[in-house]
Design a protein around this ligand. Structure first.
Ligand SMILES: *Cc1c(COP(=O)(O)O)cnc(C)c1O
Length: 379
């Protein structure tokens, strides 16, 4: 089964070897900058590559500030703390996301509420969000109070799944109306714009990941993006042990974090960013090739939703049902072609079993059917 699909994908990548889902490519100045970094001895958390990277990512996403962090999860964690998410607060996110989103919420000792996604974006559904808030909350002293738990819903974290933008402008309007801080999990969507604006730029804060499997990588790394100067300063402070600047004294004014991105990682990332446009074009071209092929196979290929110019980070197909999904996973992985199902819904995990949820019909439907297929930039 699926032999023609496996043959086609292997021929597209011109290989008979094991085919991974998403491999990094180091085809530019990676080694040069890493050597420069080592020669400078500034391999750790201070150095010109960190500064350069922060400037470049801010310019690229069209925001005023970017703060480099050790990974995407820590970028989310700090963003939520800056949104004033505290113990016993609640944070809305989608049931269909990667665990990191919910881990960051949990690090703040807050509880997630899971809302359904739209089928065409696989991201948070503004329609279902609005219905949920109308039915389940009331505004009190400028706060959104959950009528069921009596707790405050402080923030909302939509995620741009596989680099496809969700309806983030509608979500922003709803959050504004309900006095909920919008924090975007843009971990997967560097290079993705929605109505011409970069994802992560709609919320008060956005978090991006540069993990090894993302579209560009620093080995491990992340960043916070924002237009708010005060939040940007606080983000830098909180990710760097809250040290008060002084020539020699070690004074710190709060319990904070060592979430700095080392200069060594930033050096790799600066080189990677030089090729981002090339990667984006390459992945988009692969999407066109896949679309044509899967149309002929009568298998749905996930294309960019309306208004989203997607980075096509991970390509995905939507199979007929869970049985066909399992057969596809079995056949492809058996033949050395890596494919992976979309995540198990967050509300099904042991840690989040008690969480409040909206109707999750779309999430359940997608969970049964979506599989990622090889997506690496072809050389
Ligand atoms: C990759 C990812 C993150 C952050 O991951 P790190 O590995 O900590 O950089 C967060 N959310 C989503 C949806 C992701 O895919």
């Amino acid at each position: 089964m699926f032999e023609s699909t496996i043959d086609f994908i292997k021929s597209t990548f011109k290989t008979n070897e094991f085919l991974p889902l998403q491999e990094p490519r180091f085809i530019g100045n990676e080694k040069k900058y890493l050597n420069e970094c080592i020669d400078s001895t500034f391999v750790s958390s201070v150095g010109k590559f960190v500064d350069k990277f922060e400037k470049e990512i801010a310019a690229y996403t069209g925001l005023k500030y970017a703060i480099a962090t050790v990974n995407g999860t820590s970028a989310l964690h700090i963003s939520l703390l800056l949104a004033d998410v505290q113990q016993d607060d609640e944070v809305i996110t989608q049931a269909l996301t990667f665990i990191a989103t919910c881990n960051a919420i949990s690090y703040c000792n807050a509880k997630p509420i899971f809302i359904d996604v739209d089928k065409d974006t696989m991201g948070l559904s503004p329609k279902i969000l609005k219905e949920f808030l109308q039915e389940n909350t009331r505004l009190e002293d400028g706060k959104c109070i959950n009528k069921t738990t009596g707790k405050t819903i402080k923030a909302c974290v939509p995620m741009h799944t596989f680099g496809h933008a969700c309806r983030i402008d509608e979500i922003k309007d709803i959050c504004d109306e309900y006095k909920i801080v919008l924090v975007e999990d843009a971990a997967e969507s560097l290079g993705t714009t929605y109505k011409g604006k970069h994802t992560g730029a709609f919320g008060k804060l956005g978090a991006i990941s540069f993990n090894g499997n993302k579209i560009v990588t620093s080995g491990g790394g992340g960043c916070i993006i924002t237009d708010d100067e005060a939040l940007a300063k606080k983000a830098k402070h909180m990710t760097t042990t809250a040290k008060i600047p002084h020539k020699w004294e070690f004074e710190h004014d709060m319990i904070a974090y060592n979430y700095r991105m080392p200069n060594l990682n930033a050096a790799l990332l600066v080189a990677q960013l030089e090729n981002l446009d090339k990667y984006l074009a390459n992945k988009r071209e692969l999407a066109t090739i896949y679309k044509k092929f899967f149309d002929e196979q009568k298998i749905t290929f996930m294309i960019e939703p309306k208004e989203s110019k997607s980075n096509y980070w991970l390509h995905a197909v939507i199979l007929k049902d869970r049985e066909q999904r399992n057969a596809f996973l079995e056949a492809t992985n058996e033949k050395g072609m890596m494919t992976r199902p979309i995540w198990v819904l967050m509300n099904k995990l042991e840690m989040f079993k008690g969480a409040q949820c909206s109707n999750l019909d779309n999430s359940l439907w997608l969970e049964d059917r979506v599989v990622n297929i090889p997506s690496t930039v072809r050389l």
